[in-house]
Design a protein around this ligand. Structure first.
Ligand code: KE4
Length: 432
């Protein structure tokens, strides 16, 4: 397979590295784990992205989730054009925010009251602050392998075993704050119960990715999510569903609709902004009324509810809310890809594992069923790096890490999926 011409990207990357940490504004974009320079993207349309060297790729990153309708969707572009003509930010309430709050509540009825912020991290850190205030407790439970943004309380690695206190997973995180984050194992309710037994009346909340995207895609076992809600409530704690990735992605009403559970708080990001910086958190009215200026829990933001971001998010959400069969189409494309890749694995006598949740998927380079972080880590990341580069040469742009979710959009076609299956076959042969 011929090598890609990415000279302009590499020239830009060399300059970027003298200006920004690692030459990027978010670490995963640096392509470190796939052992090549990142591509600098000039534009995107529908399912395609185009790099500065003129290469075109079928895009399965979709800006890490927001682009569920594909890039530069006409409804989003025209909403932005119309809105920008009237100004970009007022630092005052706008009708757009009312519309957005109403639509979020309609699509996710557990969210009785919602606050807009500017990123998924802001949403999750604020939800944890509210949970700590509402319960008057300080500890939280998260799961190994789940990512909720870069708030200090989340940058924690499990102590030895999953039952000891968290320790910082990044310099700069205070040890005594880290100790308030307890780490359990995803899909292991007993590991959660033990933490509650060992920390009676001290745990404010459990925060969980209901379908994990950040160790690669890992689905909850039957009963796990309802079990979390029960064990949280039995111990006077709240359940926070981090739906930054799954919200409006795996179903119209996110994971809470797909799995039929009503969390106390939900966090959002990505899709809700249509590609612009937006996050949100919300839930039960009695909890959210503690948020300033109704209540004493302070949280604020200059650009929260920004009119441009609201316009883009509303344009996208209204289509997801109204257009019939969107999620059926995403499921059909996802299934087509899953069947094709599994057929390739059988043909090649390979036992790698494909996990999928609707239009989110990850091919793990391991023979073990991937159910949690421990099994995800059995993947061969060197093989993944070779696979990533082989797929890139064949015009397929995957997330540049074994431990990330890939995303299909409604702009992808059956033909794109067939092309991807074919590229997958030849790339797997190259990996061996
Ligand atoms: P942001 O602060 O990046 O908007 O959202 C943080 C976040 C919170 N919760 C979940 C479930 C998330 O997936 C994320 C962010 N996801 C990563 C991709 N795995 C963002 C990509 C990046 O860090 O550049």
């Amino acid at each position: 397979m011929k090598e890609l011409n990415t000279k302009k990207s590499s020239k830009l990357f060399n300059e970027a590295k003298t200006l920004m940490p690692g030459g990027v504004n978010s670490p995963v974009r640096a392509f470190k784990s796939v052992k090549r320079d990142p591509l600098f993207i000039s534009r995107a349309k529908g399912q395609y992205i185009y790099d500065v060297d003129g290469n075109r790729f079928i895009d399965y990153v979709g800006s890490w989730g927001p682009m569920i309708l594909g890039h530069a969707h006409p409804a989003v572009v025209s909403a932005l054009k119309k809105t920008v003509a009237g100004g970009t930010s007022f630092g005052a309430p706008t009708p757009y925010e009312v519309e957005m709050a109403k639509l979020v509540r309609k699509m996710m009825p557990s969210v009785e009251v919602v606050r807009m912020v500017n990123s998924g991290t802001e949403a999750t850190m604020s939800a944890v602050r509210v949970a700590r205030a509402f319960t008057n407790r300080e500890k939280i439970i998260k799961f190994a392998g789940c990512y909720h943004g870069h708030f200090d309380s989340f940058l924690i690695k499990a102590g030895s075993g999953a039952t000891t206190f968290g320790t910082p997973d990044s310099p700069g995180v205070p040890k005594d704050l880290a100790a308030k984050t307890l780490v359990a194992e995803f899909n292991d309710l007993d590991s959660v119960k033990k933490l509650f037994d060992d920390n009676r009346n001290e745990i404010a909340a459990i925060i969980v990715e209901p379908v994990v995207g950040n160790m690669g895609v890992v689905n909850p076992r039957g009963g796990f999510l309802p079990g979390l809600l029960d064990v949280a409530h039995a111990n006077g704690a709240l359940l926070i569903l981090d739906e930054v990735m799954t919200g409006f992605r795996i179903s119209r009403g996110g994971a809470q609709e797909a799995f039929g559970i009503r969390p106390d708080l939900t966090t959002f990001g990505k899709i809700i902004g249509g590609g612009l910086p937006v996050g949100a958190y919300g839930g039960r009215r009695e909890i959210m009324k503690s948020v300033s200026p109704d209540g004493p829990v302070y949280q604020a933001g200059t650009l929260s509810g920004n009119p441009l971001a609201m316009a883009a998010g509303l344009a996208q959400l209204r289509i997801l809310d109204k257009q019939k069969n969107i999620y059926k189409r995403l499921e059909r494309l996802g299934k087509l890809l899953e069947v094709g890749i599994n057929r390739n694995l059988v043909k090649l006598g390979l036992n790698y594992r494909l996990n999928r949740a609707g239009s989110m998927f990850t091919l793990f380079f391991t023979a073990e069923a991937v159910r949690d972080f421990r099994t995800a880590l059995t993947s061969d990341t060197n093989k993944f790096a070779v696979y990533f580069q082989e797929m890139l040469k064949r015009g397929i742009y995957l997330p540049p890490s074994q431990f990330e979710a890939a995303f299909i959009s409604t702009a992808h076609t059956e033909e794109d999926i067939e092309k991807t299956i074919d590229a997958n076959y030849h790339s797997l042969m190259a990996v061996g």
